[in-house]
Ligand binder design. Structure first.
Ligand SMILES: [Fe+2]
Length: 593
C-alpha cells in the first residue's frame, strides 16, 4: 500500500450483489462521491456489481483503481456463521435453500475477478475488507452524523443472517448490544404484507405506507398473531404465516431488477382473507389492512427504540436499514420515544452500506472519527454549463419541431424568478441542476416541481408524467426557517426521511402536498446546502406567500434521471411544460419572453 499516512487512505465503499447496488469514494476521511448503479444502468434497484458507479467515483476523484487502498463491502459471509450453521442443522431446510445461500456467499468473493473484467489494464493492489451488513448500516448513519454519541438502530429484511441490530456509537466506533436473527424480520413482515396487498415489485413497501391513511386499523388484532413482542426489545414472527425460512425464496440479485418470490403462506390468507391480485381493484378492506400493517410496524419499531433507550438513555438516535425509509413511522419517533434528535442518512437502505463500510474501514485504520458530516445528498454526477448547452444543441431540431422556446438566462436571479413564475402558473417544471442526489429521493437537483397550492396539481402531474397510483401523495420542499410556521415540528429533515403533520390552518393552502391525514413528507432546504434550490423557493415565496414547492423525482417509470440527455428525453416524450437545464429554460408552446 502506497500511503504514508493512514488518514490519506482512499477507500472505495460498495454495496454489491444486492438490491440498490452502489459505490462511494472516501479520501482523506472525506466523502468525495457516491452514486447508485441503477442511475447508470437505467434499471430501478439494479442489483449486481456496481462497476459504473465505481467508474464515476474514480473519475470524480481523478484517480484510477490502482490508487485505491481498500475496497470495503457491506457483507461478510463469515459473520454469524455459527448461528447460520446451527440453524441449518436444527431445521434441516431443503438443499436448494442451502445451495442458494452458498451461491450468494461465493459471489461476494469474486470482487477481484469483477475488477479485472470491468477495469482491464488497471491493477488493484489494495485489500478487500468485508464489513458485517448491519455494522455497515449502523456506520452509514452514525459515522456521518454530527452526533458524538448516539443510540444506533438498523432494521431491514435480512443481511448476514440478521434483520435488526441495536448498538451505541461513541467517537469512532459502535458497540452492537443486541440483534434479531434470521428467520425473524420486521422488514420481511412488511414486504410479505406488501406482496399480499398485490404490490409485487421490489421496493413497493412505500405504496402500502401511502395507502394506510385511507384505512382503519381493523386488522391490527389479527396481526398481533403474526408478530410477537419480547420483553428484551426483540420480536419473533409467527412462522406459520411465512414460507421463506423453510423452502427458501427465489431471490434474483444478479444484473437487473431484484425479484423476490412470495414470502407468505396460505395461513396468512386464512387470517386476512384472499390476497389481492396485482390487477384487482383496491377496496376498503385493502386500505384497512395497509393501515393495520403500518400500525403493527410502528408498534414493533417503537418497542425496539424504547428498549434501546431504556438500556442506554441518550438524546440522539441514528436510524438505518431499509426500514428507516418508513418516513411515516420516523415522523412519530419524538412522540413515541424519549429521543430528542434523530439522524437518517439520505441512502438509509442497502445503497448506504457503501458509505457505512467505507467509513467503518477509515475509522478502524485511523482509530478516530473522521471530521466528515453528511448534511446534504449531492454526491453524484454533475455537468458543466457548456456540456448542458451541447446536449441542448444536439436536441435542438426535435425541440423546435415540438414548438419549444429555448431561452438562455445568464442572470441566476432572473432564472429563479422566471421559473418560480412558471411554477405559480401551474406549470410542470423539470429542474436539473448541480450534482445528482445520493439515495432514492430527488432533493432539488433532479426534481420535477409544481405548485403546492393547486388542488388539481396531483392529477396534472399524474396525467402529464407520473401516471402513478392516485392514492400516493406528493412531497413539499420548504425553506428551513418556515418549517415551524407550516408544520408541527421544527426539526431538520434534509433528506425527506420523516413525515410530519402540516398545521391544520395551512392545509387548505397547500392541498397538492397535503396527504389525506393532513401530513406531508417534507424536505427542509437551507441556503448552505443547496443555494439554487433555496433561492428558487424563496422567489416562489415572494410571489405567492407560500415558502414551499411540490417536489417529485425527475423520472417517468425509470430511475431518476442522471445525465442531461435523459432529462431532455423525458421532457420530449412527456407533456412536461418547462425544463430548466442549468441556466437554460426550455419551454413548450408558450414562450416566456
Ligand atoms: Fe440491509
Amino acid at each position: 500500500m502506497g500511503c504514508a499516512r493512514e488518514d490519506k487512505l482512499r477507500i472505495l465503499g460498495i454495496n454489491a450483489y444486492h438490491g440498490d447496488s452502489s459505490a462511494c469514494l472516501v479520501q482523506d476521511g472525506l466523502l468525495i462521491a457516491a452514486a447508485e448503479e441503477e442511475r447508470f444502468r437505467r434499471i430501478k434497484h439494479w442489483a449486481g456489481f456496481p462497476s459504473l458507479a465505481i467508474e464515476f467515483c474514480l473519475k470524480e476523484a481523478q484517480i484510477t483503481i490502482n490508487d485505491i487502498d481498500f475496497i470495503a463491502i457491506n457483507s461478510d459471509p463469515q459473520a454469524n456463521l455459527l448461528r447460520k450453521t446451527g440453524y441449518v442443522l436444527m431445521n434441516n431446510p431443503n438443499i436448494s435453500f442451502i445451495k442458494d445461500r452458498l451461491k450468494n456467499s461465493q459471489k461476494r468473493y469474486d470482487i477481484l475477478q469483477e475488477l479485472k473484467e470491468h477495469f482491464p489494464g488497471g491493477q488493484f493492489r489494495g485489500e478487500v475488507v468485508r464489513v458485517e451488513h448491519h455494522m455497515a448500516h449502523l456506520c452509514s448513519s452514525f459515522l456521518v452524523s454530527s452526533f458524538p454519541k448516539a443510540v444506533n438502530v438498523s432494521i431491514d429484511g435480512f443481511g448476514d443472517f440478521s434483520s435488526c441490530a441495536v448498538g451505541v456509537g461513541e467517537g469512532h466506533s459502535i458497540d452492537i448490544n443486541w440483534r434479531v436473527y434470521f428467520p425473524h424480520s420486521l422488514g420481511i413482515f412488511y414486504q410479505a404484507l406488501t406482496q399480499y396487498l398485490g404490490f409485487l415489485h421490489y421496493g413497493d413497501e412505500y405504496k402500502v405506507m401511502g395507502l394506510a391513511p385511507y384505512g382503519e386499523c381493523a386488522y391490527l388484532e389479527k396481526l398481533n398473531d403474526v408478530i410477537v413482542l419480547k420483553d428484551d426489545g426483540t420480536f419473533v414472527l409467527n412462522l406459520n404465516y411465512f414460507s421463506y425460512h423453510k423452502k427458501g425464496v427465489s431471490y434474483q440479485w444478479e444484473g437487473g431488477i431484484p425479484e423476490v418470490g412470495i414470502l407468505f403462506t396460505e395461513k396468512l390468507e386464512e387470517l386476512l382473507g384472499k390476497r389481492r391480485k396485482q390487477d384487482e381493484p383496491l377496496e376498503q378492506k385493502h386500505k384497512d389492512i395497509a393501515r393495520s400493517v403500518q400500525a403493527m410496524y410502528e408498534k414493533v419499531f417503537f418497542h425496539i427504540l424504547n428498549k434501546a433507550y431504556q438500556r442506554d438513555p441518550m438524546e440522539n438516535l441514528t436510524l438505518s436499514g431499509g426500514c428507516a425509509m418508513n418516513s411515516v413511522a420516523n415522523g412519530k419517533v419524538y412522540q413515541n420515544t424519549p429521543f430528542k434528535k434523530m439522524y437518517i442518512q439520505s441512502a438509509a437502505g442497502d445503497a448506504g452500506g457503501a458509505i457505512g463500510s467505507a467509513f467503518y474501514v477509515w475509522s478502524q485504520k485511523n482509530q478516530q472519527r473522521s471530521p466528515f458530516v453528511m448534511d446534504h445528498a449531492y454526491w453524484g454526477t454533475s455537468y458543466k454549463e457548456s456540456e448542458l448547452e451541447k446536449v441542448i444543441e444536439e436536441n435542438k431540431k426535435e425541440l423546435i419541431s415540438q414548438n419549444c422556446a429555448i431561452i438562455k438566462v445568464s442572470n441566476d436571479e432572473e432564472l429563479y424568478r422566471l421559473t418560480a413564475t412558471e411554477i405559480s402558473k401551474g406549470k410542470v417544471i423539470g429542474w436539473f441542476q448541480g450534482k445528482m442526489e445520493w439515495g432514492p429521493r430527488a432533493l432539488g437537483n433532479r426534481s420535477i416541481l409544481g405548485d403546492p397550492r393547486r388542488k388539481d396539481m396531483k392529477d396534472i402531474l399524474n396525467q402529464k408524467i407520473k401516471r402513478r397510483e392516485s392514492f400516493r401523495p406528493f412531497a413539499p420542499s420548504i425553506l428551513r426557517e418556515a418549517v415551524p410556521e407550516w408544520f408541527e415540528t421544527d426539526d431538520d429533515v434534509p433528506f425527506m426521511m420523516a413525515v410530519f403533520a402540516i398545521r391544520p390552518e395551512k392545509r387548505p393552502l397547500i392541498p397538492a402536498v397535503t396527504h389525506v391525514d393532513g401530513s406531508g413528507r417534507l424536505q427542509t432546504v437551507t441556503q448552505k446546502t443547496n443555494e439554487r434550490y433555496y433561492r428558487l423557493i424563496e422567489h416562489f415565496n415572494q410571489l405567492t406567500g407560500v415558502p414551499l414547492v411540490l417536489n417529485t423525482s425527475f423520472n417517468e417509470n425509470e430511475p431518476v434521471v442522471c445525465q442531461p440527455q435523459e432529462a431532455l428525453s423525458c421532457f420530449i416524450r412527456t407533456k412536461m411544460d418547462v425544463l430548466v437545464l442549468g441556466n437554460t429554460i426550455i419551454q413548450r408552446n408558450d414562450p416566456l419572453l
